[in-house]
Design a protein around this ligand. Structure first.
Ligand SMILES: Nc1ncnc2c1ncn2[C@@H]1O[C@H](COP(=O)(O)OP(=O)(O)OP(=O)(O)O)[C@@H](O)[C@H]1O
Length: 127
């Protein structure tokens, strides 16, 4: 049991090490985290519903997960193909495409959720 718990603890430690590495090396990752902080702050400011929180948290998780996978794929590609190779480029482009899809989905859901709140806010303050 002790060995099992120690192994799980070590796995978590490596997972956090990976997240830390992504945050340190990827400017896009920092941008995603900053956006997530903004979204959470807006969620509190507008008092979004429980369902809307679930959607927003799901979007944040989706984008961060996509970026972490993108970073992992880029790292492996750089390792196995440091020189220019069309297939290496294709792998990186595909990974970047996945991040774009995740970010566009999150932006769309964010707009659908926040637009009514922003319009109501504008109506109150600007007539
Ligand atoms: N080894 C390679 N062979 C062929 N094309 C490559 C290679 N490395 C990069 N590329 C091309 O250059 C693009 C940018 O690559 P890069 O490694 O700079 O990724 P990036 O998306 O700029 O990374 P980051 O997320 O760190 O900004 C890739 O999407 C790919 O089209």
């Amino acid at each position: 049991m002790r060995t099992y718990l120690k192994k799980r603890y070590t796995s978590f430690k490596y997972a956090f090490k990976g997240l830390h590495a992504a945050l340190r090396s990827e400017p896009h990752m920092r941008l995603h985290v900053l956006s997530a902080v903004g979204v959470v702050a807006a969620g509190f400011a507008f008092g979004v519903s429980l369902t809307e929180w679930c959607l927003l948290i799901g979007c944040i998780g989706l984008v961060v997960t996509a970026e972490v996978f993108n970073t992992a794929i880029e790292t492996v590609v750089n390792l196995v193909s440091p020189t220019y190779r069309p297939l290496a480029g294709k792998a990186k482009d595909l990974a970047a495409g996945a991040v774009l899809v995740a970010a566009a989905t999150a932006a769309l859901i964010g707009t659908i959720i926040f637009l009514p709140y922003l319009l109501a806010f504008a109506k109150i303050y600007f007539g």
